[in-house]
Design a protein around this ligand. Structure first.
Ligand code: ADP
Ligand code: MG
Length: 383
């Protein structure tokens, strides 16, 4: 019989898991997976690979297909087309409890009339395959899972008598007790207040590092996705449009849609004319030349725009004229909003350690400019 991971000391867990990790082999592979609901294509010929032993975040707006994707992987739904493989084995048609996949639901989905301990033990006792009946083993494995998520000693409480953050941990313990190969988390921090969210972020990462299984964490928050993920994938209209390290994604989004998801880039679209991009907000310089007449979008990061009074712009310096609307103070940074004559909204971020903006007067028009090489240009019209 396989020995439980949770009763091994740390050092043995590491050794035991390392043996099962095959270098470079993905734990989960989705090929051309499609899921339709009537006329809505929720997941559209999606390709996606989750490497072993990795924290992956999946960033997508509401309605982009995040929950559908997790439900397909877990087996609560079947794809209309495409295949899903776990460790190179086809999962198609296999019921959820036989997939070796853990699912932490968005609303935790705990049994309200059971205690913390009973909630965690439930998954072990009532599995159709591999059900555990030995009371001592159930007790030991439940206690180890609770300890792993920092809930020692709370097993006898009712789930109504604990905080939101503790309920979140119970939901995680209930999944981990079954020793899944991969854990799917559907917006796991959404129901927590900001303080707790920060703490749970650190703890989720620490728990995953101990277990050495992959976590796939979906969220609509770009800061959460960038903080959590060793790798961040962006889901848009049922497709993965980029998958990269947080830093690469933030600094070099591969397309305009990915840039839009990061909430850190201004996007202007227009047509190329003599090495410049002619947009409704103004004619602006580009980092690289494109053929005249081509449609393109330029992306300029919020923290890479400089602002000058119109009277101080050097002759010949290209700039965008925009009216200062208002500012938002966020502690170490300030966000300023501007609007051009055609109605385009532009955002500028200033870090106080590197203050570069003049003092701004609401309603006044300023010159906004940037170093062309710091901008990104994407060929193609805005969608
Ligand atoms: P997210 O979790 O990113 O908010 P969902 O996966 O819940 O997105 O939904 C993706 C799309 O599929 C949405 O347009 C949603 O309305 C649709 N959808 C999801 N589940 C169903 C369902 N059971 N029946 C019909 N449409 C659905
Ligand atoms: Mg959802």
């Amino acid at each position: 019989m396989q020995k439980s991971l949770f009763v091994l000391p740390d050092s043995e867990i590491t050794v035991c898991m390392q043996k099962s990790i095959k270098e470079g082999v993905p734990v989960l592979t989705l090929n051309q997976v499609t899921r339709r609901y009537g006329h809505t294509t929720a997941i559209d010929a999606l390709d996606f690979v989750v490497p072993d032993d990795t924290y992956i975040s999946l960033l997508g707006a509401s309605g982009s297909g995040k929950t559908t994707l997790l439900r397909l992987i877990a087996g609560f739904e079947e794809p209309d087309a495409g295949t899903i493989l776990l460790d190179e084995h086809h999962l198609d048609g296999r019921p959820p409890h036989q997939r070796g996949i853990g699912f932490v639901f968005q609303n935790f989905a705990l049994f309200p009339h059971l205690t913390v301990e009973q909630n965690v033990a439930y998954g072990l006792k009532y599995r159709q395959t591999g059900a555990v009946s030995d009371p001592k083993e159930i007790r030991d494995r439940t206690a180890t899972a609770l300890s792993l998520v920092g809930l020692d000693g709370l097993g006898h409480r009712g789930v109504a008598e604990i905080s939101g953050g503790q309920r979140q941990r119970v939901a995680l313990a209930r999944t981990l007790v079954t020793e899944p190969r991969i854990v799917l988390l559907d917006e796991p921090l959404g129901a927590l207040d900001a303080n707790l969210r920060g703490r749970m972020c650190d703890e989720l990462r620490a728990i995953r590092e101990r277990l050495k299984v992959s976590f796939l964490h979906v969220t609509g928050s770009e800061t959460e996705a960038l903080t959590m993920g060793d790798k961040v994938a962006v889901l848009s209209q049922g497709k993965i449009i980029q998958s990269a390290s947080a830093r690469t994604l933030f600094e070099r989004p591969a397309n305009a849609a990915a840039a839009r998801h990061l909430n850190a880039w201004n996007l202007l679209s227009g047509k190329v004319e003599q090495d410049m991009l002619k947009t409704p907000a103004g004619t602006v310089p580009m980092p690289s030349a494109l053929r005249d007449g081509v449609s393109a979008q330029i992306a300029i990061r919020f923290d890479q725009i400089d602002v000058s009074p119109l009277s101080e712009v050097p002759a010949g310096q290209h700039h965008i004229s925009a009216r200062y609307l208002t500012g938002e103070f966020n502690g170490p940074t300030a966000l300023s909003f501007f609007r051009t004559a055609d109605g385009t909204l532009l955002q500028v971020v200033e870090h106080f350690s590197d203050a570069r903006l003049p003092s701004l007067i609401e309603g006044q028009t300023y010159a906004l400019h940037y170093e062309p090489n710091a901008a990104l240009v994407f060929e193609g019209a805005a969608q």
